[in-house]
Design a protein around this ligand. Structure first.
Ligand code: UDX
Length: 463
């Protein structure tokens, strides 16, 4: 048995740090690489630079094995690795809906120009279709190893909040390869997962790139579908929560990613569908994915509609109204506020003259950096004290489990907007709260607390 390949992982964000740590846990010698000295220093000190449940424990374990190191030095990385994973970000470009590829180009170029022996570069970042083929020419031209330096694409489907689980037990692996050797290298790296029975799809480079954006497009479409139905519900007095539950029991449809509410955000879904649409237009097949523009619009309309409902709850104006914004992260169990619906709603309320007090169990620091004008407080109680309206915007357990009676004792007015269908409306109305949610009939205060089994507003199973 030849020695196990040594692995470098370039980019130590949510994706790269998790990948590097998990590869070390699986038994490989791993070098994590980042241009950000602060991140590298934190990781070297055994600290994960962002909030991700379970990852700090895995980092401790990986560091204890002595198999995991971090560096900012690309010479060291090029000399160390047999297989180099590139996990840098592809954010939305500042001047268009396209993906910004400068970090990807820089990472591949920095490695390629220094690698002088047979090695494999593996892209994990989400990129426009055709990028891998273009990069192959670039890296082989730059590298002293020429065509001995090969390129593969291995898209990553991990969700924040479940990064470790999704990395060690993924639904599937996709290897986009241009040679048998590249496939055999990837099979060696992922052997522990393949031996566990993880399904593997081996494809060409373009298909591998497309799997990722197609999967994210499908998920975004499913969310916007149910949110579009919420708009119809709002016009008819129907209840989207019950609708979603009824749809979800059709096994062909299923309940995951069918949860209505404020919609999707984060560092992936919004920018990926925009970049995909942009790329499809460049390729002359824009018509095929024109609907993704609608998916995006439906998603954004949920935010303005939320502001409308909060304004109605406040009595018709937001000027001078004290709103407790519960949540800032784009979803619970994350400190990520990129394209976060919660923070966007808080910002829109502020722009309409509301006094907005934000509390998120983990995301306050990131949110504060993004919108310093809002008031940030360190507890749920501080956020809701003297509030005219409480707006639940990210469904953290702490908010779902809060007691309506205790909360009611703190607020100025018992009015709640449930942006994530996270609460039991009857529970709140029974305690004198006015309850409003997207896509559900208005629930005035003082309704009876009696709820028939199976008819509560709880949506389908959580994603
Ligand atoms: C997503 C993909 O799931 C993952 O496979 C990919 O690798 C990266 O993008 P992530 O951004 O971490 O992962 O979050 P995810 O759990 O998918 O949620 C995305 C957004 O959709 C969140 O804002 C969430 O609140 C929202 N959502 C999800 C809904 O509004 N309704 C749902 O039913 C499910």
């Amino acid at each position: 048995n030849p020695a196990a390949p040594k692995v470098t992982v370039v980019g130590t964000g949510y994706l790269g740090a998790t990948h590097a740590i998990c590869m070390a846990v699986l038994g490989f010698d791993v070098l994590g690489v980042d241009v950000d000295e602060r991140k590298v220093a934190q990781l070297r000190a055994g600290k994960v630079p962002f909030f991700e449940p379970g990852l700090p424990e895995k980092l401790d374990r990986a560091m204890a094995t002595g198999r995991l190191h971090f560096t900012t030095d690309f010479d060291e990385a090029a000399a160390f690795g047999d297989v180099h994973f590139v996990c840098v970000g592809t954010p939305q470009a500042t001047d268009s809906s396209a993906a910004e590829l400068k970090y990807v180009h820089a990472a591949f170029a920095s490695l390629a120009s220094r690698i002088d022996r047979k090695a494999l570069l593996v892209g994990k970042s989400t990129v426009p279709i055709g990028t891998a083929a273009r990069l192959t020419g670039m890296v082989q031209g730059l590298s002293p190893a020429g065509p001995e330096l090969e390129l593969a694409w291995n898209p990553e489907f991990l969700r924040e909040g479940f990064a470790v689980e999704d990395t060690l037990h993924p639904d599937r692996l996709v290897f986009g390869v241009a040679s048998e050797w590249a496939e055999s290298q990837l099979r060696r790296i992922f052997h522990p997962l393949l031996a566990d029975g993880t399904p593997l799809i081996v494809t060409d480079l373009a298909t591998a790139e497309l799997v990722k954006v197609a999967a994210n497009s499908f998920l975004a479409t499913k969310i916007s579908f149910i949110n579009a139905m919420a708009e119809v519900c709002e016009a008819t007095g129907a209840d989207v929560s019950l609708l979603a539950r009824a749809l979800s029991l059709d096994t062909r449809i299923g309940g995951r990613f069918l949860k209505p509410g404020l919609g999707f955000g984060g560092g992936c879904l919004p920018k990926d569908i925009r970049a995909f649409k942009h790329r499809a237009e460049e390729l002359g097949v824009g018509q095929a994915v024109r609907f993704l523009g609608e998916v995006d619009s439906i998603n954004n309309r949920r935010r303005t509609r939320s502001v409308d409902l909060i304004r109605e709850l406040a009595g018709g104006t937001l000027s001078g109204v004290k709103v407790a914004a519960l949540g800032a992260a784009f979803k619970p169990n994350s400190d990520d506020v990129r394209d976060a619906p919660a923070l966007d709603v808080a910002r829109l309320l502020y722009l309409e003259g509301a006094s907005v007090t934000v509390y998120d169990p983990e995301a306050n620091p990131n949110a504060h950096r993004t919108y310093p004008d809002l008031d940030y407080v360190g507890s749920l109680a501080e956020a809701v004290r003297h509030a005219d309206v409480v707006a639940l915007l990210t469904e953290w357990d702490e908010f779902r489990e809060a007691d309506p009676q205790d909360l009611g004792a703190l607020v100025a007015h018992r009015r709640i907007f449930d942006g994530r269908h996270a609460l039991n409306p009857d529970h709140y109305t029974a305690h004198g709260w006015e309850y409003r949610a997207l896509g559900r009939p208005y629930q005035p205060a003082g309704r009876s607390g009696a709820v028939a089994a199976g008819t509560t507003g709880h949506g389908p199973e959580a994603p």
